[in-house]
Write a protein that binds this ligand. Structure first.
Ligand SMILES: Nc1ncnc2c1ncn2[C@@H]1O[C@H](COP(=O)(O)OP(=O)(O)OP(=O)(O)O)[C@@H](O)[C@H]1O
Ligand SMILES: [Mg+2]
Length: 340
C-alpha cells in the first residue's frame, strides 16, 4: 500500500508525511502540477492533497484531478463528497438545505430584478458574501436597503474582484497594531493595490449572482467544529473589535467548557449525512440554537494545536494532544482495505 502525497507549504501534508514516517506507511511525494500526474500515481493506491483556495494553480484543476482519480477507483483525500463544495458558499447553501441542516437563512439570486424585489420587501441588516473567500475576506454587513441595492447593481454589473485591497489593508493594519503581523505584510497590503494576488487574477470578477444571509445578531464569536470520521474537536473564534466577523480574527479560545455538546452531536449527524471525510462547520447562535454559516474541508493546522482534546462518536471526551492528520491517513487506509 502506497500513498501519493502532494507536499505543500502551510498545509496538512507535512503532518501526513510525519505520520507515515512514524508508522512506517509507504508514501511517495507526487507533483500534481505535472501533466503526467496520472502516470506518477500508477504505483500508488491513494492520493492525498490539501489544496488551498488561494493557490492560483490548484484552483484550476484540483477538483477535476481528484474526481478523475476517484472515478477509476483510486482513494483520494479529499474525495468528491468532501470537497466539491469547498470555497463555494452557493453550493453549500443547496447542500445544507438538502440535508435539512440548520443553515442560517440564505438567499441567492441570478436575476437582478428578482434580487431588487426581494430587497424591497426584506428587513435589514443582512450579510452579503461572495461564494468564495476565507478569513471573513468577502463577508460584509449590509445595514440598509440602499446598501443592498448598490451591491445588487454591482453584482449584475462589473462584479467584485475576488480580492479587495482596501479591506485587506485594513485587516493587515488591525493585525499589525495587535502585533500579529509584521511591517512587510503591511507593505505588501499597499503593493496589492497595484498587483493583486495571483489567485485573484485567475478567478477574475465574481458576478451574475448575489448571496445574502440573515444576520444573526449578538454573537461575540463563532464556533468551529471539525469532524474527521468519528472524532470531533472545536475552537471558538472571537469577533474582531467593533465587527461581527470572527473568522481570521486570530483570537481563539479552546477550553472544553466553551462548547455545547448539542453542537458537537449535531456536527457528527451532519457530517454523516454529508458523507465527508473531514469537515469544519462554522456556527453562530440564535439563543441556544446553533446555526451553520458555512462548511469547509480545509483549515490551517496552526489554529488547532492548542485544542485540549476531542470527542468520539459516542460523545466521550478524550483529554490530551491528538493528531487529526494521522486520523485522515488512517481513515483513508481503512477505506482501501474495506473495499479490497
Ligand atoms: N449570517 C451571519 N450572521 C452573523 N455572523 C455571521 C454570519 N455569517 C458569518 N458571520 C460571521 O462572519 C465570519 C465569516 O463568515 P464565513 O465563515 O461565512 O466566511 P469565511 O470568510 O468563508 O470564513 P472562513 O475563514 O471560516 O472560511 C464568521 O466567522 C462569523 O463570525
Ligand atoms: Mg467561516
Amino acid at each position: 500500500m502506497i500513498i501519493g502525497i502532494q507536499p505543500s507549504k502551510d498545509s496538512f501534508s507535512d503532518r501526513w508525511i510525519d505520520y507515515c514516517e512514524k508508522t512506517h506507511i509507504h508514501w511517495n511525494p507526487v507533483n500534481c502540477y505535472k501533466s503526467n500526474i496520472i502516470e506518477q500515481l500508477s504505483g500508488c493506491d491513494a492520493l492525498m492533497w490539501h489544496f488551498s483556495q488561494n493557490s492560483p494553480k490548484a484552483i484550476l484543476f484540483a477538483k477535476q484531478l481528484i474526481y478523475s482519480l476517484e472515478t477509476c477507483g483510486k482513494k483520494v483525500f479529499p474525495n468528491f463528497h468532501t470537497c466539491w463544495h469547498f470555497d463555494d458558499k452557493v453550493g453549500q447553501k443547496y447542500l445544507l438545505e438538502t440535508i435539512s441542516a440548520p443553515l442560517v437563512s440564505t438567499w441567492v439570486f441570478y436575476n437582478k430584478n428578482e434580487a431588487f424585489e426581494w430587497a424591497e420587501k426584506t428587513g435589514f441588516p443582512k450579510v452579503f458574501k461572495l461564494r468564495s473567500g476565507a478569513s471573513s475576506q468577502n463577508v460584509r454587513l449590509v445595514k440598509t436597503r440602499q446598501q443592498a441595492i448598490k451591491l445588487i447593481s454591482k453584482s449584475f454589473g462589473h462584479g467584485f474582484p475576488a480580492y479587495d485591497p482596501a479591506d485587506s489593508l485594513k485587516e493587515r493594519w488591525r493585525l499589525y497594531r495587535l502585533d500579529k503581523t509584521n511591517f512587510r505584510d503591511l507593505l505588501e497590503g499597499v503593493a496589492r493595490f497595484a498587483i493583486p494576488p495571483p489567485y485573484a487574477k485567475v478567478r477574475g470578477h465574481e458576478r451574475g449572482y448575489i448571496y445574502f444571509q440573515e444576520f444573526i445578531a449578538d454573537n461575540d464569536s463563532d464556533v468551529r467544529v471539525i469532524v474527521i470520521g468519528d472524532k470531533a474537536f472545536a475552537i471558538k473564534r472571537m469577533v474582531r473589535e467593533n465587527d461581527f466577523r470572527a473568522s481570521g480574527s486570530g483570537n481563539i479560545l479552546y477550553d472544553r467548557s466553551l462548547f455545547d455538546e448539542n453542537t458537537i452531536r449535531l456536527s457528527f449527524t451532519m457530517a454523516r449525512k454529508l458523507k465527508v471525510q473531514c469537515v469544519a462547520f462554522d456556527f453562530v447562535y440564535q439563543g441556544n440554537q446553533p446555526l451553520v454559516v458555512e462548511i469547509s474541508y480545509g483549515f490551517s493546522p496552526a489554529g488547532y494545536f492548542s485544542c485540549p482534546g476531542y470527542w468520539d462518536g459516542e460523545m466521550n471526551w478524550h483529554e490530551g494532544k491528538f493528531d487529526p492528520y494521522g486520523w485522515m491517513v488512517e481513515n483513508l487506509i481503512s477505506s482501501i482495505q474495506y473495499k479490497t
